[in-house]
Ligand binder design. Structure first.
Ligand code: ATP
Length: 193
């Protein structure tokens, strides 16, 4: 059986408990053996991140340190920018020809997936693994996308990086939303204030 790897990309500005919980849900499904968390330096469909790439990487490593079967990958930093997922997937497939890749995303990303550049090409390269997210449905998602989507059981946590950034800038606590080590980095580096 070829190894099955889930690719979980994001800006992680900052990584939060919702990301950790979704990562566990992918791993608890039988679809993937391992998860590679891909830190995106320049997301094509979002505004530039607030925290630098290096600090986001530091937070990501701290959050996933010691979590079994998860690796943090910096591959997108060495590929041309912006970081189109199709490019990353093709590169990884070339480097690991015997591996079956799944592209993992939250349900909110699925409902916007048709706006991603080269989304049809992504579907030609791999299947999607989708975890539920509060307040989002996939009723409007194109048939061709749903044909390539697998859904994983997930008890969603209503947390987002934007909420965290907003709370910090309003001087509110984010203690429950991020792992302790990530909180330490946010405070030490005075991020998002
Ligand atoms: P922002 O609020 O800045 O848009 P975010 O919280 O969505 O950020 P990203 O780094 O953009 O975080 O997300 C990476 C991936 O994690 C995306 O596929 C997104 O759908 C998923 N994700 C983020 N938070 C959750 C959550 N609470 N539950 C399920 N999926 C999530």
């Amino acid at each position: 059986m070829p190894p099955k790897i889930g690719l979980f990309g994001g800006t992680f500005d900052p990584v939060h408990k919702g990301h950790l919980s979704i990562a566990h849900s992918y791993l608890d499904s039988d679809f993937v053996d391992k998860l590679w968390v891909l830190l995106t330096p320049y997301p094509p469909h979002k505004q530039l991140s607030q925290a630098s790439y290096e600090i986001r990487l530091k937070m990501l490593n701290a959050a996933f340190e010691g979590v079994n079967r998860v690796s943090v990958s910096t591959i997108e930093n060495s590929l041309p920018k912006p970081s189109y997922s199709v490019q990353t997937i093709r590169h990884l497939k070339q480097e690991h020809p015997d591996t079956e890749f799944f592209y993992c995303m939250g349900e909110d990303s699925l409902s916007k997936f048709h706006t991603w550049k080269y989304y049809r090409e992504i579907l030609e390269e791999c299947e999607l693994l989708v975890a539920k997210r509060p307040g989002v449905t996939h009723d409007e998602v194109e048939e061709v996308i749903l044909d390539h989507s697998y859904f994983v059981e997930h008890t969603p946590l209503d947390i987002s990086s934007s909420e965290i950034r907003g709370r910090v800038s309003a001087g509110e606590s984010i203690e429950d939303l991020v792992p302790d080590k990530v909180l330490e980095i946010i405070e030490k580096e005075q991020l998002y204030s």
